[in-house]
Design a protein. Structure first.
Length: 405
C-alpha cells in the first residue's frame, strides 16, 4: 500500500553519509521507519554507508509558539494581499532566521506541492499545529476564506501568548527574588558566619540564643552544603518533571494554582480569558458548538476547566443550553454566564464571548500591575527580616560585650 503525503510527513527523516563503488563521497536524506531500513536500502544501491543520523527539527534551534504565531500572521497578511500560497511559503522561509522553522515550513511546502491540502499537512505535525489550528485552517479552505481564518488564528495566538507572558511575569519576580535571597543567605552562612564564630570563640563568654541558632545553621551549611544543594536541585528537577509528565501531579498543581491566595485569582482570570477567546474564535469560524468545545477545554490550560468543559459538552449534546451548562459547572463567574446568555439569545455568541475575553485580558493586565506594586514591599520586608535578623543575631554578642565594658 503506497504511503500518503501525510504518512510521509510523519515518517522519520534520516541524514546519511557513505561512498559509492568508486570511492566517491556521497551524502543525502531518506525517509524511513528505522535506521536499519535506510542502511539496507542504500546497501542495495551499492553504497557503503558510513553514517546515519535521525534528523529532527530541533537542529539549529526549535520551533516555539511565538514562531508559529509569527508564521500565521505573515501568511495571513500575504494571502490577504493576493500572494499565492506557495509563494507566500517561499517568502516566509527565506526571511526566517530560525533554521528549525525554515526546515519545517520547507517540508510542509513540499507536501503542498504534491497536492495535499494545507490542513491535512498541518495535521501531520501535531506538536506544532494543534487540533484547533487544523480545524480552523480546514474550515478556511472549505469556505474559500483561508486568509480570513489565518488572520483570526494569528490574533488568537497573539492574545493567548500575551496572557501567558503576563502570568509568567507575575510569577517570575517573586521566584527570582526568593532564589537570590537563598543564594545570598547560603553565602553568608558558609563564608561570613564562620569568621564571626572564630571571633566569638576568643571572647570566652556565653553567646545569646539567636547567635547560637545562626551559628548552628551555619555549621550545618558548612558541613553539608553539597547535600543541601544536591537535594534542592533534585527536588526542583523532580517537581518540574512531575508537573509536566505525571498526570496526577498536573491535576493537583492545576487545582492548587486556582486556590493560591494572591496568584489564584489572576490565574483563574487568565484561564477564563483563554477559554472564552478560544470559544469566540472557533464559533466565529463556523465550527459547531459541540465540536468547538473539544478545543476550548484543552486550550484553557487548566484541568479544572478542562473537566468542566467536558461536562458542558455532554450537557449541550443532550439539548441543554450553553448558558445553563456553564452555570451548572460552577467554575464561571455570574458575569461570564450572563454575557454568554445574551450572546446565545441574540445569536452573537462569538462576539459576546470575544468581549468577555477582552474584559478578562484587561483584568489580567491590571491584576499583574497590582501584584507588582504589592509584591515589592512584601519582598523587601521578607528580605529585611531574613538578612537583618542574621546581622542582628551576629552583632548581639558585640553589643553585650560593649555593655559589660
Amino acid at each position: 500500500m503506497p504511503i500518503g503525503k501525510t504518512d510521509a510527513a510523519q515518517t522519520p527523516l534520516f541524514v546519511w553519509e557513505g561512498k559509492d563503488k568508486t570511492g566517491k563521497f556521497l551524502r543525502g536524506e531518506m525517509r524511513a521507519a528505522t535506521e536499519t531500513v535506510v542502511r539496507t536500502t542504500l546497501r542495495r544501491q551499492g553504497i557503503l554507508v558510513t553514517k546515519v543520523k535521525k534528523q529532527t527539527f530541533g537542529r539549529g534551534g526549535k520551533v516555539g509558539e511565538k514562531d508559529i504565531a509569527l508564521f500565521t500572521r505573515q501568511m495571513a497578511t500575504m494571502l490577504k494581499s493576493g500572494v499565492p500560497l506557495l509563494q507566500a511559503f517561499d517568502i516566509v522561509i527565506k526571511g526566517n532566521d530560525n533554521p528549525a522553522l525554515a526546515k519545517l515550513l520547507t517540508e510542509i511546502k513540499t507536501e503542498i506541492e504534491g497536492g495535499s491540502p494545507l490542513s491535512q499537512v498541518f495535521r501531520a505535525y501535531p506538536q506544532y499545529f494543534d487540533t484547533l489550528y487544523c480545524n480552523l485552517v480546514a474550515a478556511g479552505e472549505a469556505a474559500g476564506v483561508l486568509d480570513h481564518l489565518l488572520d483570526r488564528l494569528a490574533t488568537y495566538k497573539e492574545k493567548i501568548l500575551a496572557i501567558k507572558a503576563k502570568i509568567k511575569s507575575a510569577l517570575f519576580y517573586p521566584t527570582a527574588v526568593l532564589v537570590v535571597a537563598f543564594v545570598v543567605t547560603a553565602i553568608i552562612m558558609i563564608f561570613v558566619i564562620p569568621q564571626f564564630k572564630q571571633v566569638f570563640t576568643s571572647f570566652g563568654a556565653d553567646l545569646p540564643a539567636p547567635t547560637l541558632l545562626v551559628i548552628a545553621i551555619s555549621d550545618f551549611f558548612v558541613d553539608y552544603w553539597w547535600l543541601i544543594f544536591s537535594v534542592l536541585g533534585a527536588a526542583i528537577y523532580a517537581f518540574i518533571y512531575a508537573a509536566k509528565h505525571v498526570p496526577a501531579v498536573q491535576v493537583f498543581m492545576d487545582r492548587l494554582a486556582l486556590k493560591l491566595p494572591v496568584f489564584g485569582p489572576v490565574i483563574r482570570k487568565a484561564t477564563i480569558a483563554r477559554w472564552t477567546r478560544t470559544l469566540s474564535t472557533m464559533f466565529a469560524a463556523g465550527v459547531p458548538l459541540v465540536e468547538a468545545l473539544d478545543s476550548v477545554g484543552g486550550a484553557s490550560g487548566n484541568v479544572v476547566y478542562r473537566e468542566a468543559t467536558q461536562k458542558i459538552k455532554n450537557d449541550v449534546s443532550t439539548g441543554v443550553s450553553l448558558t445553563a451548562a456553564m452555570q451548572d459547572s460552577g467554575v464561571f463567574p455570574h458575569m461570564v454566564v450572563q454575557m454568554i446568555a445574551i450572546g446565545e439569545e441574540s445569536g452573537q455568541l462569538d462576539q459576546m464571548s470575544g468581549k468577555v475575553a477582552d474584559f478578562f485580558e484587561q483584568e489580567v493586565d491590571d491584576a499583574v500591575e497590582s501584584l507588582s506594586s504589592l509584591m515589592e514591599p512584601m519582598i523587601m520586608v521578607i528580605l529585611g527580616v531574613l538578612i537583618g535578623g542574621i546581622i542582628v543575631a551576629m552583632y548581639l554578642p558585640i553589643f553585650k560585650l560593649g555593655a559589660v565594658v
